[in-house]
Design a protein around this ligand. Structure first.
Ligand code: PNS
Length: 164
């Protein structure tokens, strides 16, 4: 397995995402973490912030790089010369969406193979939206995200409060 892409919104990256990144990086020569720049979806962190944070959180992994992308994932993967697409699979509730994604990507480009890594038990309840919700109301997200992300979120919500 040569080059793989792990795509997502990462708004923000959770401990579950980071675990998938670390485990995938051991399986492939090079892993590109691809941060979706979705102009139609309102995100908490800008795409630049998400990329910057992920770069910081993966700086000890020499075969991991972080990039943003817009448009179709399969087009980005062709541009990257990567044929392996990695997704984390948390629970049965992920099944419908993930199967839909995998089939769509396969029908758009049959050379692309989706591989699922099962999320570790301790992270299987985690999602970026849960993290945003808890952090927004000042709850403790230390078990959900890296300490650097925790600080980032706190500053972000303080900033948002000041502008309101
Ligand atoms: O972390 P997410 O939000 O579940 O990641 C979803 C993502 C980014 C993998 C997916 O939305 C995506 O690939 N978007 C790019 C547009 C695309 O290629 N769509 C076709 C597949 S439905």
């Amino acid at each position: 397995m040569n080059k793989a892409v792990y795509p997502g919104s990462f708004d923000p990256a959770t401990r579950g995402h980071l675990d998938i990144i670390r485990r995938s990086a051991k399986l492939v020569d090079h892993l590109v973490v691809a941060v979706l720049n979705n102009i139609n979806k309102k995100s908490l962190l800008t795409v630049e912030e998400r990329v910057e944070l992920l770069k910081e959180l993966t700086e000890d992994l020499p075969n991991v790089s972080i990039q943003s992308f817009s448009g179709l994932l399969v087009d980005f993967m062709v541009q990257q010369e990567a044929e392996v697409l990695i997704r984390g699979f948390r629970a049965i509730s992920d099944y419908e969406y993930e199967i839909q994604l995998a089939h769509t990507n396969y029908s758009l480009n049959p050379d692309i193979e989706t591989i699922f890594l099962v999320t570790r038990n301790e992270y299987s309840f985690l999602s970026s939206s849960i993290v945003r919700e808890v952090a927004k109301f000042g709850g403790d997200v230390s078990k959900m995200v890296d300490p650097r992300t925790e600080v980032y979120l706190k500053n972000k919500f303080d900033e948002l409060e000041e502008t309101q």
